[in-house]
Design a protein. Structure first.
Length: 78
């Protein structure tokens, strides 16, 4: 099964930085069994997330962004 993972960051990362982030994200996703046999990573830029990043796998979104934390902590939104 092929798994498409979209990593959303506030700025375009260098190839080296994106590779490092991919490695860490892949390790986590493997530990929670969210990856298939073949994994494809894509980078998306969204300046509205302020800092941190989001990971999208199908309908699952892991929000590790600053804007997500603000929404949750201050406004009570998920």
């Amino acid at each position: 099964m092929r798994t498409k993972v979209i990593v959303v960051t506030p700025l375009k990362l260098s190839g080296k930085d994106f590779d490092l982030l991919k490695k860490k994200v892949k390790s986590y996703l493997e530990s929670v069994s969210l990856l298939g046999e073949e994994t494809v990573f894509e980078e998306e830029v969204d300046p509205t997330i302020l800092g941190g990043f989001k990971v999208k796998i199908g309908s699952v979104v892991l929000d590790l962004s600053l804007s997500g934390k603000i929404d949750k902590e201050i406004y009570g939104r998920n």
